[in-house]
Design a protein around this ligand. Structure first.
Ligand SMILES: *Cc1c(COP(=O)(O)O)cnc(C)c1O
Length: 221
């Protein structure tokens, strides 16, 4: 048995109060989420739209849902009404779709720009070149219903702490560069989401403001 309540409580004792914890509940049943909720946890992360939709109505409405997985533009409309943050914005097209769906219901959606920092080819995310092109385009200036709140990244899945550390440093550099170039007047651009069960200590050391923890809380998937 995984003691979810104990895991989450001890994790919170270890991390600085300034670092936000997103409990990643993908593949886990609503009953597990409720145990975490009852310890006071409110931010939960899921990577699939269908799964979030099927769980959220069974759970308290003050849960802050974060989407952390690749999102297809045609599914944006299903989550915009309730999502708290979309951490996995990985294309300009997706960002524009979020903006237009949010406009329809007069909402503003917090978004993180996912940046490709890992060695692996398979991980989604922007390159810095793509981000510069996006941020300098006139269409970007016209977005009104997305709040760009920072960046998100996933390090390579490896035991090599040096490499993970370097990749997180790179993400922090990307954040600082974007902040200085395009977001100096945007106080909301302040989040660096990095760190999972295997590498959150390194991430915090490198300046993470949001960690996304699944298996360490809910057990192996
Ligand atoms: C699954 C997932 C996590 C959590 O992974 P754990 O190793 O179980 O902590 C974090 N971020 C993203 C984007 C994920 O898909």
């Amino acid at each position: 048995m995984t003691d979810i309540a104990e895991n989450i409580t001890s994790l919170k004792q270890q991390i600085p109060a300034s670092v936000k914890l997103v409990a990643v509940s993908k593949t886990k049943p609503p009953s597990d989420i409720l145990i975490a909720y009852n310890t006071g946890q409110r931010r939960f992360g899921e990577n699939r739209v269908q799964e979030i939709l099927s769980k959220k109505d069974l759970l308290p409405s003050d849960i802050e849902w974060h989407l952390i997985g690749h999102l297809q533009s045609n599914k944006v409309k299903f989550i915009v009404p309730f999502i708290s943050m979309i951490q996995s914005v990985d294309s300009f097209k997706l960002l524009r779709t979020i903006d237009s769906e949010a406009l329809k219901i007069n909402k503003k959606i917090d978004c993180l720009l996912q940046i490709h920092i890992a060695e692996e080819e398979t991980k989604f995310g922007f390159s810095m070149k793509e981000l510069d092109e996006m941020a300098e385009s006139p269409e970007f200036a016209n977005l009104k219903n997305v709040i760009i709140s920072g960046v998100m990244g996933m390090a390579t899945f490896t035991d090599k702490a040096d490499q993970v550390s370097m990749e997180f440093k790179y993400l922090v550099n990307c954040f600082n560069s974007l902040k200085n170039k395009y977001f100096t007047d945007v106080p909301e651009f302040m989040e660096i989401s990095m760190g999972m069960s295997g590498d959150y200590n390194i991430a915090i050391r490198e300046g993470s403001t949001i960690i996304r923890i699944g298996s360490l809380i809910f057990g192996e998937r």
